[in-house]
Design a binder for this molecule. Structure first.
Ligand code: 87F
Length: 662
């Protein structure tokens, strides 16, 4: 290689320091893929297509593919799992600014100019398998040939290790291909179109979670950062939690209510102490149309300050107690920490219960009965074991006496997470909001209050605890579909007969209150359907093939332990001696009901054993951090003196293993 090629000195320097055996060819300007093909199409190896893209939310991307590939921007967004992405081509100015090249000269080499490391780089997997890759070396009247290995070496050196996209897999997505094999009976059948998860839970927990909740259609991203759409697949779970908890609190005598979304500045500041620490998170409405409001109005981050003025109005006599109300609503907290769907979002759904009682003991009884219900939501609906406990002085809700909590353990991150809290507020708010009544003796008294909240975080915790490399594993008691029946068509049985049999099973199960559906779509193969419902976490799949049809049997596959030949599965069939893996359709109702229960118990036990293995008792500081690093929960004597707690936190904050508290 000689200097007179007129290459960028930086690039030349790298070629030589990395000893790249590349060859650079001089030609007339070739600003398009077609022109380049004309000028250097004779060279060994492949030419590339380079797309410099921008998206409002996800930033800048360079995608390099084989030149002959037809790619569309939507498909790229899907492949990269960038839900809601709306890619546009970066314009000439942006290209110059970020990659220092003119249009028509873009290639992975241009990443050498991406000093700020702003551009995410993805490369077509097929390119990495080519013998040689031919790309422009920052100018489009030159083409450099080098091996994929050399290119990778170059990219790694400039800290731009490429991410791969498997376009071959992507291209089998759409459109539907005509098929005529026995299984699809000559119908238009889509090939295996569903993309499974591309990362493993253990290897990349954060991306695993994003993929699990988006591909399963639980969540979509809105264009406001930190705000998410709860799609029907997840909203159903929230509704299940709601209806269970709602019935339980009504049994306790709590009544539902609804207060306004907005709070005036004056009301919000009535109890300044408790709001102070949270103030930066409060969102304000300052305008209607183009005109400024006379006073800004806050959007509720929680409703103490909205409700308690009315407690003061409604509680006048001991006969007005207890006052126990709850509301199901949304709240807004403008978080600046990283948002995570379900776990930490700027708007979320919750219930907030607020009660007032005649004595501390009565209030405390309520705090604990609610804490029990929270534990039950996790353990009995979501199959997630929790630890009940009391927050330390510095972690409690500042407005109250003390805060009790249920904490879950997330295996993927090795951290504990707050599941829900229930506060004994003492008389602080009563004093601030002048809530006063006449007691039995005719004397003035201040009530004892509680407040408690459970949020849509519950869903995220359940996903994180149970999900696996195939996607969601939904706890059966809240799964929108508990059983999916998949007919496996063959020529020997008419599809309509097979579906009719599946429907018979569906009706039997439905009568027992089981949430069941038949996937009788003919444009998807059984294999596609299996993947699809596994990704969505449906607890049981029933497969019905022609043999099952004629024997009036069906085949069950559990989502939780996967393979149908697994030990648990066979064990289960101790109830059906002689029938091995096949179940008679007449028994199917009872069978499924107990299997759903068994799955619940299995999930709970597995999560609990997983967590318990990670609980270690530590009595010396030297063992504290190492155990946290091993993703353990540390059980340690504690004096609840803030000074000591701060020491522990300061030491661990950077590890971010401290119990997530909000
Ligand atoms: C953010 C902004 C303003 C939490 C906030 O836990 C105020 C607050 O008061 C705030 N974030 N909190 C504490 C909420 C306490 C309590 N409220 C009723 C609950 C359960 C439901």
């Amino acid at each position: 290689m000689s200097e007179d090629l007129g290459l960028n000195p930086n690039l030349l320097q790298l070629f030589s320091s990395l000893s790249l055996q590349q060859a650079t060819h001089i030609h007339e300007v070739a600003a398009t893929v077609e022109e380049q093909a004309l000028k250097v199409g004779h060279l060994a190896g492949v030419l590339t297509k380079n797309l410099f893209l921008k998206d409002k939310k996800y930033g800048l991307f360079l995608i390099t593919t084989v030149s002959t590939r037809d790619v569309n921007l939507k498909a790229i967004a899907t492949a990269l799992n960038l839900s809601g992405a709306n890619f546009r081509f970066g314009d000439e100015q942006l290209l110059q600014e970020k990659l220092g090249v003119v249009r028509g000269a873009v290639s992975p080499f241009a990443l050498v100019n991406d000093n700020a490391k702003e551009v995410k780089f993805y490369i077509d997997k097929a390119l990495l398998q080519a013998e040689l890759i031919n790309i422009h070396p920052l100018r489009n009247d030159r083409t450099t040939s080098l091996t994929p290995g050399e290119l990778t070496r170059f990219l790694e050196h400039i800290d731009h290790k490429p991410f791969e996209i498997d376009f071959d897999r992507l291209n089998t997505q759409d459109p539907a291909v005509k098929g005529g094999d026995e299984e699809n009976q000559g119908k238009n059948v889509k090939k295996e179109t569903l993309l499974g998860l591309s990362v493993k839970k253990e290897e990349d927990f954060a991306n695993w979670y994003t993929q699990a909740i988006t591909l399963s259609e639980m969540i979509d991203y809105s264009d406001i950062s930190g705000c998410y759409i709860l799609r029907p697949w997840s909203y159903f779970i929230w509704e299940s939690i709601q209806s269970w908890f709602d019935a339980k609190i009504k049994e306790l005598g709590v009544q539902n209510t609804y207060f306004p979304l907005f709070v005036s500045e004056r009301a919000l500041n009535t109890e300044k102490d408790h709001v102070e620490g949270f103030a930066p998170e409060v969102a304000w409405v300052t305008k209607s149309g183009q005109s400024d409001l006379s006073e800004p109005i806050a959007i509720r981050p929680t409703s103490e300050t909205i409700m308690y003025p009315f407690f003061a109005k409604w509680i006048r006599s001991h006969r007005d107690l207890p006052l126990e109300i709850n509301q199901w609503c949304n709240v807004v907290r403008w978080e600046f920490k990283d948002a995570t769907p379900f776990l930490r979002s700027r708007e979320f759904l919750w219930q907030e219960g607020h009660t007032a009682h005649g004595s501390y003991e009565e209030a405390q009884k309520r705090v604990l009965s609610i804490l029990d219900l929270y534990a039950q939501v996790y353990e009995e609906l979501l199959a997630v074991p929790v630890i009940k406990g009391m927050k330390t002085e510095s972690e409690k809700f500042a407005g109250g006496f003390h805060t009790t909590t249920v904490e879950a353990y997330i295996n993927g991150s090795g951290r504990a997470i707050q599941g829900a809290t229930s506060h004994n507020l003492g008389q602080n708010f009563g004093k601030m909001f002048k809530i006063q009544y006449e007691d039995e003796k005719g004397e003035k008294a201040i009530p004892w209050q509680t407040s408690w909240g459970l949020t849509t975080r519950t869903l995220g915790v359940a996903v994180m605890v149970h999900g696996d490399d195939k996607g969601l594993v939904l706890p059966p008691r809240v799964a929108p579909i508990q059983v999916i029946i998949c007919p496996i068509a063959m020529k020997s049985v008419a599809f309509t007969d097979l579906v009719a049999y599946c429907d018979e099973i569906r009706v039997v199960l439905k009568k027992l209150g089981i949430r069941v559906d038949v996937d009788d779509r003919q444009n998807y193969t059984p294999g596609w359907k299996f993947n699809h419902w596994e990704l969505k976490g449906v607890p049981i799949r029933i497969e019905v093939g022609p043999r099952d049809f004629s024997n009036r049997q069906c085949r069950l596959v559990r989502r939780d332990n996967g393979k149908r030949n697994s030990k648990q599965y066979q064990l289960y069939f101790k109830f059906h001696l002689g029938e091995k893996l096949d179940v008679s359709a007449d028994n199917i109702g009872v069978t499924i009901q107990s299997l759903l229960e068994e799955i619940h118990n299995f999930l709970y036990r597995k999560a609990k054993e997983g967590r318990d293995q990670k609980v270690v008792q530590v009595t010396e500081w030297k063992d504290f951090v190492p155990n946290l690093e091993q993703k353990c929960l540390v059980l340690t004597p504690f004096c609840d003196i803030a000074e000591w707690e701060d020491k522990v936190k300061v030491n661990n904050l950077f590890l971010s293993y401290w119990i997530d508290n909000d």
